[in-house]
Design a protein around this ligand. Structure first.
Ligand code: KG4
Ligand code: ZN
Length: 343
């Protein structure tokens, strides 16, 4: 079954065609980073308007690249939420209209489910069940992923998401937007342990996380002394090491507590090289299997939405053409079979 996926929840227009038999056929992405850079963050109205401009040309491009005619599509999947309301409406309206015109099912997909299952786009594919560490700009959560649609929330951030902490700290250090990659580049020049920052909630005894204190610690440090370029790099290194430490140790605790031996890391912060290396080392010690999506599928993309659409279609899920968007949408409530959130 061939499904086209449309992702427009934030600042990336992502399109893809996924075939349940042969896998990903084509994907394309337009990033709005350059457009929002001048404002230091995403401007929702500009994001929506740009999605309007990009979505149809990108749809035509992925269909051509996939060698797939419109009539050959079995369904249209779009990101229904969570995300920016106006941006979501672009993908939802285009997706539903296309599905209606083709007489095929329209499938509203949960953006986080896309991230959670994105490692299935790679090879080797993790088999169920697994623990997922989802670390993006808006979310930092641990899930037990039992099967498609069956997700148990194990722990989550009490305040900022990991990506948000990267972005805010990068802003404090005068780096560009998005902050994560810029901060990682600066941290690579910093000395280990030159600046030691707190490890929030490391010994909280649960799988919850907290990152806003860390951002405050950076800001206090930066106000105490004028920062030379070297000192800035040391501070970035100290910040990244603290986040990586907490995420890696809590991920191992999540494996221990769930009794599972597979860990999947998804979301934009999963692109961070230091986090990848540290998790690889910890997983080896724990004799656990570790899976990352390809770098291109760590951050927002259409392929993960097309993939979830195809999986949902196999499980018989589609909806009417009267679309909706859900700017706020807990993942556990999206499960068609049962909702299993622990909080
Ligand atoms: O998953 P994603 O593309 O969008 C959301 O759904 O939020 O994640 C974006 C987040 C941003 O906060 C960005 O700064 C962060 O992922 N990010 C990184 C890196 N690349 C992207 N954080 C740390 N290191 C990176 N290399
Ligand atoms: Zn995302």
């Amino acid at each position: 079954m061939k499904v086209i996926g449309i992702e427009t929840s934030c600042d990336e227009t992502g399109l893809a065609v996924y075939d349940s038999r042969s896998g990903l056929l084509a994907h394309a992405l337009h990033s709005q980073v350059a457009m929002h850079e001048a404002y230091g963050g995403v401007v929702p109205e500009l994001a929506s308007r740009d999605h309007v401009r990009r979505v149809l040309p990108l749809a035509a491009q992925v269909l051509a690249d996939a060698g797939c005619r419109l009539a050959e599509l079995d369904a249209v999947a779009f990101t229904e939420g969570p995300g920016l309301a106006g941006a979501l409406l672009v993908g939802a309206s285009v997706g539903s209209a296309l599905a209606f015109a083709l007489g095929k099912p329209a499938i509203g997909v949960h953006h986080l489910e896309g991230h959670l299952l994105s490692p299935l786009l790679g090879s080797p594919r993790p088999s169920f069940p697994f623990v997922a560490l989802l670390v993006s700009g808006g979310h930092s959560e641990f899930y037990e992923v039992r099967s498609v649609g069956d997700y148990v929330l194990l722990g989550q951030t009490q305040d900022d998401a990991a990506g948000e902490a990267f972005d805010k700290t990068a802003k404090l250090l005068g780096l560009g937007y998005p902050g994560g990659p810029a901060l990682e580049r600066l941290a690579a020049r910093g000395r280990p342990e030159a600046v030691s920052l707190p490890r929030p909630m490391l010994s909280s005894g649960d799988l919850d996380l907290s990152f806003s204190g860390l951002k405050t610690a950076v800001s206090t440090f930066a106000r105490r002394e004028p920062l030379s370029e070297e000192r800035k790099a040391d501070l970035a290194r100290g910040f990244q090491d603290a986040i990586v430490d907490v995420l890696a140790l809590k991920a191992m605790r999540a494996l221990d507590e769930s009794g599972l031996s597979r860990l999947v890391v998804a979301g934009g912060v999963g692109a961070n090289g230091a986090l990848r290396r540290r998790l690889a080392a910890e997983a080896r010690k724990h004799r656990a299997e570790l899976y990352f999506p390809d770098l291109a599928f760590c951050t927002d993309n259409g392929a993960m939405i097309a993939l979830v659409g195809a999986l949902r279609l196999e499980h018989g899920r589609a909806q009417s053409y009267a679309f909706t968007v859900r700017p706020r949408w807990p993942l556990a409530s999206s499960a068609p079979t049962r909702a299993l959130a622990s909080s």
